[in-house]
Design a protein around this ligand. Structure first.
Ligand SMILES: Nc1ncnc2c1ncn2[C@@H]1O[C@H](COP(=O)(O)OP(=O)(O)OP(=O)(O)O)[C@@H](O)[C@H]1O
Length: 302
């Protein structure tokens, strides 16, 4: 089995606040997972729980199918969940050598890891002289020193400039291509879309969606329509299997009908003419991932 991590009904409460609510999902080897959600949706708390730094109130999780205890399993996990913190007066190399000593791994891999994050030529520069982006890249090198099976990152590009953001995303993609599973938390849809192949969407600690990113985008779009007799049009649309959801709120100018399978505007028009409906408006649209994300996160008021 290639299961790296399984969460089952994890809940974490802080007094009256439910930070994580009955959360279940599975991480399989070889994928890049994003935990996506607005600020305060429970992403960091979830990462803290699986890394054993936060105790869950209820529910369970297991690493590597529960073959080893959590303490042993976490030796195969690389994680950066806080701002990178190294000794400022020591060089990049010296800092990593110290990490090797603490993790009890050989220093022979240091240059390779520095190369991977684009810092080999800065190995003898003191940490205090590093930019935030360089510090973050050094933290990634450090987390990779023991060749973990999974790398966990909490908001890896927070606070970086566009170039720094690009560098980090490219490094994450390279690490993933080399076979390391990645789990990253982000509030940036764009980041998850660019870097991840799977996503768990959270809102107020609750899972709204878990699955491949492409399935979230693989919808057939929707049509906006109107006719003189709106009520009749609504009824015809609702009765047809071509549409999985038909919506019109009072303030809406048009009816929105979500397609359950691909269909051209001409086909829809023809179908409605057969039912005696002359459309005054027909526009076919496709929701962007952003629209879907906003729709998902604004629904389910709990
Ligand atoms: N130690 C704590 N004590 C009390 N409440 C907490 C604590 N840690 C987190 N929370 C609360 O739990 C909820 C989830 O927080 P969490 O940090 O996990 O969210 P997040 O999605 O990572 O957001 P952000 O990106 O803003 O950190 C929030 O309402 C937060 O205020």
């Amino acid at each position: 089995m290639n299961t790296i991590l399984t969460l089952e009904n994890i809940t974490k409460t802080y007094g009256k606040i439910t930070a994580v609510n009955q959360l279940s999902f599975t991480i399989e080897k070889g994928h890049v997972y994003g935990i996506l959600g607005p600020n305060g949706s429970g992403k960091s708390t979830t990462l803290g729980i699986v890394l054993n730094v936060v105790n869950a109130t209820s529910g369970s999780f297991k690493w590597f199918n529960g073959e080893e205890n959590t303490h042993q399993a976490l030796k195969k996990v690389g994680a950066i969940i806080e701002r990178p913190n190294f000794y400022p007066y020591m060089t990049a190399y010296q800092n990593l050598a110290l990490v090797c000593k603490i993790k009890n791994v050989s220093t022979s891999a240091i240059d390779d890891k520095l190369k991977l994050v684009g810092l080999l030529d800065r190995k003898n520069t003191k940490f205090s002289a590093f930019s935030l982006g360089m510090k973050q890249r050094l933290a990634i090198a450090s987390a990779l020193l023991n060749d973990p099976q999974i790398l966990i990152l909490d908001e890896p590009t927070n606070g970086l400039d566009p170039q720094g953001i690009h560098q980090i995303r490219e490094i994450i993609k390279t690490i993933a291509k080399m076979g390391t599973t990645i789990l990253l938390a982000s509030h940036l849809l764009d980041e998850v879309e660019k870097v991840c192949d799977h996503v768990v969407i959270l809102r107020k600690g609750q899972k709204l969606y878990a699955g491949p990113v492409h399935e979230l985008t693989a919808n057939h779009g929707y049509v906006e329509l109107n006719a003189q007799n709106t009520q009749q049009l609504m009824e015809v649309l609702k009765a047809n299997n071509l549409f999985e959801r038909v919506i019109k709120q009072d303030e809406d100018e048009f009816i929105t009908a979500f397609l359950s399978e691909p269909a051209k505007a001409e086909e829809i028009n023809e179908l409605l003419i057969e039912k005696g409906i002359i459309l005054s408006h027909l526009v076919k649209r496709k929701e962007s991932l952003e629209q879907q994300f906003l729709q998902l996160t604004s629904q389910k008021n709990t």
